[in-house]
Design a protein around this ligand. Sequence first.
Ligand code: ACO
Length: 341
Amino acid sequence: MDNGKQNNFRPRYRARIKATGSFTPPDVLTNADLERMVDTSDEWITTRTGIKERRIASKEMSGVDMSVKAVEIALSDAGWAPEDVQLLIVGTVTPDYRLPSNSCVIQERMGLVNAGTMDIAAACAGFIHGLAIASAFIESGQLERIVVVGVEKLSSITNYKDRGTCILFGDGAGATAVERTEEDRGVLASFLKSDGRLGKLLWIPVGGTVAPYQEAMRNGGINNGEDCLAMNGSEVFKHAVRQMGDAALNVIKQANMTTEDINLVVPHQANIRIIEAVTKRLGVPDDRVFINIEKYGNTSSASVPLALDEARRSGRIKDGDNVLMIAFGGGLTWAAALVNW
Ligand code: ACO
């Protein structure tokens, strides 16, 4: 974890990402579809965000359903049986239920009978928070096999009348099987940070205990998407560029590296302009940045593990590569992890 300095401590164990998996629902929502729903254009969305289409889960398909598919692939890739998993960490802000947690429901569905479970609500930075926690459990010697998932059904909290947000979001899930190794590889450094003072730049006003649905319904109903994501896009944009860059430099320094040592950046896929601004600041050339935003939009917690899985499967990540993950989301939260693959 971050100490803001170079980290010469070499733990006995490290957390290595042994396998990955992902799932995206088949239904596609294109920019042309959105042109028919709100006052927008393919040209505006493409140039301002880089997004061409996103996947939308059907009413019947939940976040847990998507997660189960992603975890099945990761477990099979890792050669693990469900009972091998000791901890399941799920990043999500769109759980199937307010109670029980997604991780408990996934545990039951998949027969992860020996696993403890926890959900992490750090929005787009949720997966990296989960990976950092997994790494800490493994480095401490307490656990050996952990599954970390990022999943969202953002379509369920998107206001399809708000052109400032509805063009951005999509659904999906990504999973990783994280294993203890005594080799000097795996998660070399991680960094987590938040600024709760900026929470209302990106929030859902109604549906929690301060403003319950029942009360809103009694007081005239929910008429303007108050139970959906509301965002001050341009403010979030500025913070994202600054904080993602700082987080990246922090883990690079902790690992005693320079940006030249980074083989691939796998950034949160929020906006192509955010990715370009951050990687330009870091001085990382475009061919060392993984981008799939055009196909999926912003899938929040699922974004980084989904990109990681695609990068690995397409041969963009090879054994021994230094992979830098960075993310930023509602909270506000931001995080980075540097992994030697
Ligand atoms: N189509 C056409 N015009 C639009 C649209 C649209 N879909 N959306 C906004 N506009 C208009 C605005 O109304 C505004 O018009 P005006 O100048 O007449 O008032 C103009 O475009 C510019 O609006 P901005 O909001 O300043 O546009 P910006 O260039 O900032 O792009 C965007 C907006 C894409 C939302 C950008 O700010 C962004 O990506 N922000 C960050 C989002 C993010 O990363 N969120 C964090 C993670 S999400 C999570 O945690 C779940």
